[in-house]
Design a protein around this ligand. Sequence first.
Ligand code: ADP
Ligand code: ZN
Ligand code: ZN
Length: 748
Amino acid sequence: MPPARDDAPSTAHPPAAWQVALPVPLARLFDYCPPADARGPAPVGSRVRVPFGASGERIGVVVGSAPIPADGTALKPVSALLDDAPLLHGELLDSLRWLARYTHAPLGEVLATALPGPLRHGEPLPDTRTWAWRLTEAGATALDGMRAGRPRQLAQALHAGSLDEAVLDAVHDGWRAAARSLHGRGLVERFALDDCAPHTATGTPPAAPGPTPNDEQQVAIDAIRGAAGGFAALLLDGVTGSGKTEVYLQAIADCLARGKQALVLVPEIGLTPQTLARFRARLGVPVHALHSGLSDGERARTWAACLRGQARVVVGTRSAVFLPLPDAGLIVIDEEHDGSFKQLDGIRYHARDFALVRGKALGVPVVLGSATPSLESLHNATGGRYAHLRLTRRAGRAQPPRVRVVDVRKRPLTAGLSPELLADLGQVLQAGGQALVFKNRRGYAPVLLCHDCGWAAHCTRCSTPERGTPMTVHGGGRRLQCHHCGARRPVPNACPDCGGLALQAQGAGTERIEEALAERFPDVPVLRIDRGTTQRRDALEQALAGFGDAPGILVGTQMLAKGHDLPHLTRVAVVGIDEGLFSADFRAPEKLAQLLIQVAGRAGRAEKPGEVLLQTHHPEHPLLATLLSGGYAAFAAEEMEQREAAGFPPFAHLALMRAEAKQLDIAHAFLRASREALADAAAGAVELSGPLPAPMPRRAGYQRAQLLLSCPTRGPLHAALDTALPAIHALPDARRVRWSLDVDPVDL
Ligand code: ADP
Ligand code: ZN
Ligand code: ZN
């Protein structure tokens, strides 16, 4: 037993149990005895290792204290306290508690989601100091007598002053080996740069000046500046290329000048090396990135650097919304309408919505930028809850693209491309231009069909007799692949039903379009960009760089819709959007309009004027007509009326219970019982629909159904869930199905 320290007399804190949130699917906390050497109150926000279950251990987070049971029930003791200082505390812990309540998920699972993998698994908070090297006295003396070579070069460089490792990485090939050799002889030494001076000696070039803001940009910058120091939500509604990023950069520079941290959330495909380079060049401080391409270790380091206040600017994708921000000054959400901000499994949070919650708790402005704002955000702007800042013109000298609709009814199509479109591409190339052909379907062809008997290749794990799920043809026509469950098989030589040899790939995906264009335009490069060709982030960058400014054609899916500035792109051709015009999903029109505007925005980003060709079988469809005559704002106004009339968000709040099982009966029985529990709890205040088949009624061998909850206001919806969920968890069928609850679902 260690002697009691005089600064923590045991009488000041009556013995209390530590309340621990564990990442287990149980909506409760777990009490443990403090470890024997513990002093003082429960270390809220620190991680602990605790015994759990028969013989297991878990890593959890201390979230409070509880009285030791008076009845003598023995609590197990905490095995180890893992942190000297809390990781999750203050605002972040409070916001995460809110998120657990809002998503109706166990707090322990929410906290585990917020932590990067290594921290979740109990590893120590990584070292985030910047290390540098300097010459020792012995080194300075020995310099003149050294033989030529890398060690001498390094010693010479260090003679002029110490250098940090980032600089050495950038300018001295093989410096690590040289440093090791010098270090072995006591000629150089490594030291950590001062934590408090993150801006010095880091090898970041000084901030480069940006363009002078135009009037609209200035109004936006001033509005954000005026909001500094308190919470405000500002919707930056600016057409593509209007200079939204310039506005963010100015606002971030202001924030840095006030000594505060800035967090920028971007869509998964928006976080390109190009974006980061632009931020780094303009801000003159290290810019940390957080995205799925990083190793777990790198993610943990960025997290730790934020916690310690060393990271001043972070640009990250969805999960960056969980970064600790002890000196927060500003949160920016670029492309706030983007679907990738919603997490679709586990804790189903929306990074935009959670960022607003954090902004409020932190007392900092939150800027939501988009050329095509979500109807939710527009509704908040119209209702006066968000400031509405508009950028109506393209910045610099770029002109908005012209849009031309190509009616392809009855036209002969080559890989889905009309003769008019091909002729137009020919003219663009002739004139030395570049074109983008956009088709939101990867693979070679969407369907493989037998011309003799009508058999079509379906996925055996996803299809039902009533509803087939075609397999997509890939690999230049040799392979079948299911985009829903990932199943693959070779294309059969003959039809499995009739033995005929007339198997035909129907329709066109990006692969087939690429093939057709390469055949038609053999003299120019045709480059395909989709998830199939660019698994790695920098592969896309390199491919685009190799494309240069000579004539050529890009073929791609929505991976190409944003992020990359392609200054020589003068033509965008959009094909195969017709199925989106007739989708059952109430969000489909919004998604399609956003996609069309974003893709069109790729054209004419620089000084060359751009034109968009929209190929469709439905040229007079109201969505296209409105979009073409009035732009996104006109579309959004009409769509808003439809949503209101139909009682959909933003005029209603939804929650979706999904259930899947090998047998449909079981999924249905569970959802019916859940429905009863919810109906009792809601007493008529919440509208319940279902159980209904899921949009994919069968996937990977599981039968899937869902129950939709809808309510004009949030209160009764959450109250009903709070009341009914314990009973739903306790249903016997709850163990026989895989089920989940999704508050504010984006795909119904
Ligand atoms: P957005 O984020 O709205 O798509 P960007 O900020 O990327 O727009 O700006 C589009 C292009 O216009 C960029 O090349 C940017 O450098 C340039 N730009 C932005 N603002 C100005 C300005 N005020 N004057 C000149 N060029 C500008
Ligand atoms: Zn056949
Ligand atoms: Zn499948």
